[in-house]
Write a protein that binds this ligand. Structure first.
Ligand SMILES: [Zn+2]
Length: 161
């Protein structure tokens, strides 16, 4: 994060393991017991590009893990956020916190109509993160830069209506 960015085209050392594995290792390192439920939450978040909310994660996993509680989803997500392993993004017009397993600096674009959040790569965000950490002396654990608006699909549908 921040200063040790791999040049474009070079494989990241991180890519040797899946994002889900990276998250489960973070939980284990923090001393949390790795239950099948917690492992499933990590795998889902690591594989998702959808920036799911806690409720969406719960709804997706509940049929597979009937003993899963919403509290487990929340405390697992909270632990991952405080470890800097994932970022908590603001609501996408739906009053729910969305979670992002991609902690490399990037811009999130949230559509307030369909509540999708997509990623946008930007060198400016990486530069901003360097500036913030150097100026503040903080060890940056995560960041979210989120723009809100109407996605191109929703703009077309609004025009048609
Ligand atoms: Zn949209």
């Amino acid at each position: 994060m921040g200063i040790n960015h791999t040049p474009v085209g070079q494989p990241m050392p991180q890519s040797l393991q899946s994002a889900g594995q990276r998250l489960t290792q973070a939980l284990r390192a923090a001393g949390l017991r790795l239950t099948p439920q917690r492992r499933a939450i990590c795998e889902l978040l690591g594989a998702s590009k959808e920036h799911p909310s806690a409720q969406q994660i719960y709804t997706a996993l509940k049929p597979l893990y009937p003993s899963l509680s919403l509290a487990t989803v929340y405390n697992t997500l909270d632990a991952l956020v405080s470890l800097g392993a994932i970022n908590a993004l603001g609501p996408a017009g739906d009053a729910a916190v969305h979670y992002d397993a991609d902690t490399e600096p990037h811009v999130n674009l949230a559509c307030i109509r369909c509540h999708r959040i997509i990623d946008l790569e930007s060198d400016h965000v990486a530069a901003l993160e360097n500036e913030v950490s150097h100026t503040s002396g903080y060890q940056i654990l995560g960041a979210s830069v989120t723009y809100y608006g109407l996605c191109p699909d929703c703009q077309q549908e609004v025009e048609k209506a």
